[in-house]
Design a binder for this molecule. Structure first.
Ligand code: C5J
Length: 224
């Protein structure tokens, strides 16, 4: 048994646990100019700052043969999986399905919808295409985790208070032990990131744990 130095207390990693790295929505649509995030008026450089840390985690856990799960927020070209409540949100800018500088916004297969080149998934890694903010909503993620006997999720990606937080809450309710890697998640709003971290680990870790990437890397390296 080992543990990751975390808050509100150490995150236990019993020897039999199967741990996956989850990388949420590190897509050009959120991180680059001309994508969905930019169209909504956000400063995309806030998200770009975590790329080296996520890459380091990915390369380390990949080299140790941990399962890697990438998610992509995307919709079908005919938008049949995008409810009006999502499609019509936002004012002024481009909407989901509109043509932007990197193709149609948040549409599967479009240039802007791809994961950024630095974090491109390998063929043997799991990629979950999700129409919602949470990675469990209308996807096969739970089925895959059960089949692979994965019980512990190390969560990274963007944006902290939207898709990352929603996914961590969905996972926690399903019984997964979740740890959010603080310097490997980002928001367009730094104050939202800080609040999300506080609320997830409040009340004795009501939704889960948080830790730095270095603490995670040091513990998983020992676990092997
Ligand atoms: C958003 C996400 N913010 N990946 N998506 O629309 O957080």
């Amino acid at each position: 048994m080992t543990a990751i130095a975390a808050k509100p207390y150490d995150y236990p990693l019993p020897s039999q646990t199967k741990v996956a790295l989850v990388i949420i929505d590190m897509q050009r649509d959120f991180l680059e100019l001309g994508g969905f995030g930019d169209a909504l008026g956000n400063d995309v450089t806030q998200l770009q700052s975590i790329v080296p840390t996520v890459k380091k985690l990915l390369e380390t856990l990949r080299s140790l043969n941990f399962p890697i799960i990438h998610t992509i927020e995307a919709h079908a070209p005919d938008l049949s999986d995008c409810p009006p409540s999502k499609l019509n949100r936002g004012e002024g800018g481009l909407k989901i399905g509109d043509r932007g500088a990197m193709g149609r916004i948040l549409i599967v297969g479009e240039e802007g919808n791809n994961i950024i080149p630095e974090l491109t998934p390998l063929d043997n890694e799991i990629v979950i295409v999700k129409p919602g903010k949470g990675a469990f909503c209308r996807t096969k993620l739970e089925e895959i985790l059960q089949k692979e006997q994965i019980t512990h999720l190390l969560i990274t990606g963007v944006t902290t208070e939207v898709c990352v937080q929603t996914t961590m809450r969905e996972a926690n309710d399903r019984g997964y032990e979740c740890l959010l890697i603080e310097d490997a998640t980002a928001s367009y709003f730094p104050e939202f990131k800080a609040s999300t971290i506080e609320m997830l680990r409040a009340q004795g870790g009501i939704i889960g744990w948080t830790a730095d990437a270095d603490a995670v890397i040091s513990a998983v390296t020992q676990k092997e």
